[in-house]
Design a protein around this ligand. Structure first.
Ligand code: F6P
Length: 362
């Protein structure tokens, strides 16, 4: 038993991600079974701290059977920043600052500390609530794997399995029909899923936000392959990739609808090469479903360590993975710093060595 702590809250914010439930379970089990604390689930991001009726007790029964389940039993939202909460008033959207309400409701709920699981946006909110005096620890979450302070975030491995499986399936149909297949994966700012799944799936072209590309260079690669007898090509596109200013006809590319950049790239390749192209947008399939064993273990380790930080009285920190060990880092250092793919880094060089192009050179 830890003398000063009697009850903690657990909240998650932003997009869902495989492994969230495993973090919640890890935290709840450690808090209850090891420390004898009470645990309260904060629902729908920080909404449960603004409206405390949206909280529930998290007992060991409440978290039974959730280890292998995707999504989050707490519900989530990416529109619930308590510092700028959007509210409809007289037909227009205004924002309210509910941050002090959150602090007050923590006290009313009898919570001594809060575990916040989230990506960059949610961790930034956690840091700012911490600056108001809330005892908070963070847990990094995103399938994009782009939080700089941790080597890996949970959810990435599961998304990578889904993307690689999709590439394997599209490979056989590309080969059978002699087509170009464009596969769009997630990755809003960083190309980690595209880079790793592209190497794992043995694709020909990987297009990521960190490396500028041209359609002509992509097509040159596809054409060279055809001349050498390979009649099909696989192109993986991260959804955050930046289109070149002009298409091969010298016209400006239209602005892509959110999550649709792969379709414009597929159209441009088809026009330039006059070859059959098909586009598959994987979308939220990568975020759903049962977490991989790696993600279940990482999530559990993160959930356990978040509670242990509270037990040791360490607040304003985020758990992280470094050199295979679970450590922690101040939220001030973690929030707002992205881990992007290094275009000159080892993994990009590995991809180039096995003949993959990034559209910057044929
Ligand atoms: O940041 C994680 C992520 O999955 C991004 O890759 C993607 O751009 C975004 O979330 C999608 O968010 P939403 O669920 O709001 O469409």
């Amino acid at each position: 038993m830890t003398a000063t702590i009697q009850a903690i809250g657990v909240a998650n914010g932003g997009g869902d991600c495989s492994g969230l439930n495993a973090v919640i379970r890890g935290a709840v089990h450690t808090a209850i079974l090891k420390h004898g604390w009470r645990v309260v689930g904060i629902h729908d991001g920080f909404d449960g701290l603004i409206w405390p009726e949206r909280t529930t007790p998290l007992t060991t029964d409440a978290v039974a059977d959730i280890l292998s389940r995707g999504g989050t039993i707490l519900g989530t939202t990416n529109r619930g920043n308590p510092f700028h909460y959007p509210v409809e008033e007289n037909g227009i959207t205004v924002t309210h600052d509910y941050s002090l309400t959150c602090c007050e409701n923590m006290r009313k709920l009898g919570l001594d500390a809060l575990v916040v699981i989230g990506g960059d946006g949610t961790l930034g909110i956690a840091r700012d609530l911490g600056r108001l005096g809330l005892p908070i620890v963070g847990v990094p979450k995103t399938i994009d794997n782009d939080i700089s302070a941790t080597e890996v975030t949970f959810g990435f491995d599961t998304a990578l399995h889904v993307a690689t499986d999709a590439i394997d399936r599209l490979h056989t149909t590309a080969e059978s029909h002699g087509r170009v297949m464009v596969i769009q994966v997630m990755g809003r700012d960083a190309g980690w899923i595209a880079l790793h799944s592209g190497i794992a799936g043995g694709v020909d072209v990987i297009l990521i936000p960190e490396i500028p590309f041209t359609i002509e260079t992509v097509c040159e690669k596809i054409r060279k392959q055809e001349l050498s007898g390979k009649k099909f090509s696989l192109v993986v596109v991260a959804e955050g990739v930046k289109l070149p200013a002009l298409d091969p006809a010298g016209k400006p590319f239209p602005a892509p609808r959110p999550g649709q950049v792969g379709i414009l790239i597929g159209d441009a390749i088809q026009k330039f090469l006059k070859k059959e192209v098909r586009v598959a947008v994987l979308g939220h399939i990568q975020r759903g479903g049962s977490p991989s064993p790696f993600d279940r273990i990482l999530s559990t380790r993160f959930g356990v360590e978040a509670v242990e930080l509270i037990a040791r009285g360490i607040f304003g920190h985020m758990v992280c993975l470094r050199a295979g060990e679970i450590q922690s880092v101040p939220l001030d250092e973690a929030a707002g710093k992205m881990r992007l793919v290094d275009p000159m880094g080892g993994i990009v060089r590995t991809a180039r060595s096995v003949g993959i192009t990034f559209g910057d050179q044929a």
